[in-house]
Design a protein around this ligand. Structure first.
Ligand code: IVH
Length: 727
């Protein structure tokens, strides 16, 4: 690597939040470091080392560093690059080459060193690592094991005759801190194992997304400051003693070793078995591991399979209920591991393939209040633009006002923002220790920001008292949209005209518009009027799923509307359903069921008008649920005998041939009419992928999983007998 040093040094980096010092130290040369991040001279190097040491010390003291993971990584990488160019100048307190950046301490000696991992940042670096490992052991690695790298804190759990006796942090790798007081608050670390064995399980303690949200709610209720992110939450909670409240964390075991009292048989087994078998054993003892998640560890042969599995895990990262910051690749067999050995900081038989940071700290500039088409008033954060994982984030969702209060957010706060994949960016929490005192409270609206009417704040989600009427144009335009009633020629401008002329007060009024009324509108000639009337007439015959979707029932969208319509078959049965009956529809839980019942009651006058206007109220091809029996429970109403019965089908790429004109929504409708279930993600549950032109990652994933694929033409033949297939 060429090192240019004629640029300013790693100045005091912009303030961000909690660093993970152990992750960056000891990087292999070749990590992503820009010349600007390399100290320019000895003074800048000393300053950088001091900043890193301070961040690492603060992180290990209370989980509150001024640097986020990314900022710390960059700082440590700059330091490492400088040191490799100036080996004679390495400072004693440099984080390079030390477990936990040299910051953590403890007084409980570890039975065997708790090491860190070296990192790889690209497929090329992974490849050069696997090659160097194979050179070192003088043979190909027979089997690799690939698993998620959990974003938490390493702990060792000592079990004596099956009883959890002691919990110890990693510390500096040779000795850690006793955190046994946390026993009982960590899900996945049972007090008793299923067998009375003596051994040490090592793994990561973290907060799942849900645990993090709950922890912050409890903390702010007790007048405490929220944790900036789940990792800080776990760090702060694990070390805290004597709190008046309890918050939960989760353990993921990833290693096991014998203790002095383990006995020769178990000691032999734990030293000789492949990692994959040990994980299965640990899991059988009742310890939680990644085996019980959507991204289970895999034992694989060949580097290509390893690379493909890395991609799969990375693709699932945005939807996992817990944070991962990379993927751990290791030699699975004990013989390979023994032959490779370990350095002082990290083993040579494993590496962390790092994924890009999904969290950054930025400033909350303002809160906007938007009114949706159902009248729901939702806050949205305006952020100082920040680059996360390749895109610039300027806004984040804030759910509801209670959410703001619970998290004690203030304007001007430095906030931790999370953005992974296509998921809408969200604010995790304010970084409270970075407050200056100049932050201002967030002012909640007193009247509807759209129309000035009152606000119904009786529920968590606030709503304009006028409900849908507040955004009449938006709700009628939505109902007329392509995936709902599909009324051609009824764009927003026309809807505005109709509303302003007081010809419609909801979308049912569209069906009783007269020729004269339409002709009276500006820019409405005879032809457009006749066309619009014909389009409205045609819309009366849309299937129930479309009509239901047009209602814009809160908590339901296109796919949920289809499931509801296919399950109940008629609007009458949907309206007669109570919350229990609604919960038999796939994807409807207690809360959603109650919401749908309430919404349908509110929409009763509109529904009566639609029925009176002759709008279709049944779903072709669907049969009403039989009197509820165990068997019919959970039925989604798919055509039982259709050609896709029992299949989960995903569509990707551009459709051609007979299917060319179908929107994705229409494709999904077709799949469901033919008895299948539509889905947008390829997983091992997918039975068929319809892959059109330019199909990308989904095709790759299907190939990897061995999922059956079909071209649009092949699929058109499979569903040829079903209406809407275009043939
Ligand atoms: S294996 C000898 N597997 O990442 C070290 N570590 O950056 C063996 N980590 O210290 C570690 N998930 O705290 C391993 N599935 C996993 C992991 C994992 C998270 C942590 C662990 C380690 C750190 C290294």
């Amino acid at each position: 690597m060429t090192i240019r040093t004629a640029v300013p040094a790693v100045a005091a980096p912009s303030v961000s939040a909690a660093a993970a010092p152990d992750e960056a130290a000891g990087l292999p040369a070749g990590g992503p470091v820009s010349p600007a991040e390399v100290p320019a001279d000895p003074a800048a190097y000393t300053a950088a080392v001091e900043t890193a040491a301070r961040a690492a010390a603060a992180y290990y003291a209370n989980g509150e560093s001024d640097l986020d993971d990314d900022a710390y990584d960059r700082l440590a990488r700059g330091i490492a690059v400088y040191e490799s160019a100036h080996p004679g100048e390495v400072a004693a307190d440099s984080p390079t080459g030390k477990v936990a950046g040299g910051a953590a301490t403890g007084d409980v000696p570890h039975t065997a060193a708790m090491l860190s991992l070296d990192n790889a940042f690209s497929p090329e670096q992974l490849l050069s690592w696997t090659a160097s490992l194979e050179r070192r052991i003088g043979r190909p690695v027979e089997q690799w094991s690939v698993e998620p790298k959990l974003d938490g804190l390493a702990v060792a759990a000592r079990y004596e005759e099956g009883r959890l006796a002691r919990l110890i942090t990693r510390g500096d790798g040779t000795a850690g801190e006793d955190v046994s007081h946390a026993i009982g608050t960590v899900v996945g670390l049972p007090g008793r194992l299923t067998e009375a064995v003596t051994l040490e399980v090592r793994g990561e303690v973290l907060m799942t997304r849900e645990q993090f949200e709950r922890a912050n709610a409890v903390r702010t209720e007790h007048g405490g400051a929220p944790f900036a992110n789940p990792r800080n939450g776990a760090a702060g909670t694990l070390r805290a003693r004597d709190r008046e409240y309890r918050v939960e964390m989760t353990f993921f075991g990833y290693g096991v070793l014998p203790l002095a009292e383990s006995g020769p048989e178990l000691t032999g087994k734990l030293s000789e078995a492949p990692h994959s078998e040990l994980l299965a054993y640990v899991s059988g003892l009742g310890i939680h591991t990644a085996r019980e998640t959507e991204v289970p560890p895999r034992a694989l042969t060949g580097v290509e399979a390893v690379r493909a599995r890395i991609e799969e895990i990375a693709a699932l990262r945005p939807v996992l209920p817990f944070g991962i910051d990379g993927i751990v690749v290791r030699a699975d067999l004990a013989a390979d591991r023994d032959a490779a050995g370990s350095g002082s900081r990290a083993p040579r038989w494993a590496i962390a393939y790092k994924l890009p940071a999904v969290e950054k700290v930025t400033t909350l500039l303002a809160v906007e209040w938007n009114v949706g088409r159902t009248g729901a008033i939702a806050p949205r954060a305006v952020l100082e633009p920040v680059e996360i994982d390749g895109s610039t984030v300027t806004h984040a969702t804030l759910h509801n006002p209670a959410d703001i209060t619970r998290r004690d957010l203030r304007i001007g706060d430095r906030v931790m923002v999370h953005k992974a994949g296509d998921i809408i960016p969200r604010i995790e929490a304010p970084v409270v220790h970075l407050r200056t005192g100049a932050e201002l409270p967030i002012v909640f609206p007193e009247v509807c920001p759209q129309c000035g009417s009152g606000i119904d704040s009786s529920e968590q989600r606030w709503r304009c008292v006028r409900g849908r009427d507040c955004r009449l144009v938006a709700s009628i335009s939505y109902a007329a949209g392509r995936d709902q009633l599909d009324i051609e020629g009824l764009g927003t401008t026309r809807v505005v005209q109709l509303v302003e002329a007081a010809l419609v007060s909801d979308f049912a009024d569209l069906f009783t518009l007269t020729r004269e009324e339409l002709l009276g509108l500006e820019r409405m000639g005879e032809t457009s009027t006749d066309n619009l009337l014909a389009a409205i007439g045609a819309a009366k015959d849309r299937p129930l799923s479309r009509v239901f979707c047009a209602l814009g029932v809160r908590g339901t969208g296109r796919s949920m509307s289809r499931r509801i319509a296919r399950h109940f078959a008629t609007m009458e049965l949907i309206r007669a359903a109570d919350a229990d009956a609604l919960q038999r529809v796939d994807g409807i839980g207690v809360e959603k069921a109650a919401m749908v019942v309430a919404e349908l009651a509110e929409l009763a006058p509109l529904l009566e008008k639609l029925i009176a206007a002759g709008v279709r109220m049944d779903e072709p091809g669907a049969t009403p649920p039989a009197a509820e029996t165990e068997e019919s429970a959970g039925d989604t109403g798919s055509a039982a005998g259709g050609p896709l019965a029992g299949m989960t089908v995903v569509v990707t790429g551009a459709m051609t041939g007979a299917l060319e004109k179908l929107t994705r929504n229409q494709m999904n409708e077709l799949i469901e009419r033919a008895g299948g279930k539509s889905s947008s993600t390829v997983s091992k549950r997918t039975s068929l992928l319809v892959a059109g032109e330019n199909a990308g990652s989904k095709r790759a994933k299907a190939e990897q999983l061995g999922t059956r694929t079909a071209t649009p033409d092949e699929f058109a033949l499979m569903v040829a007998d079903f209406p809407g297939s275009g043939s």
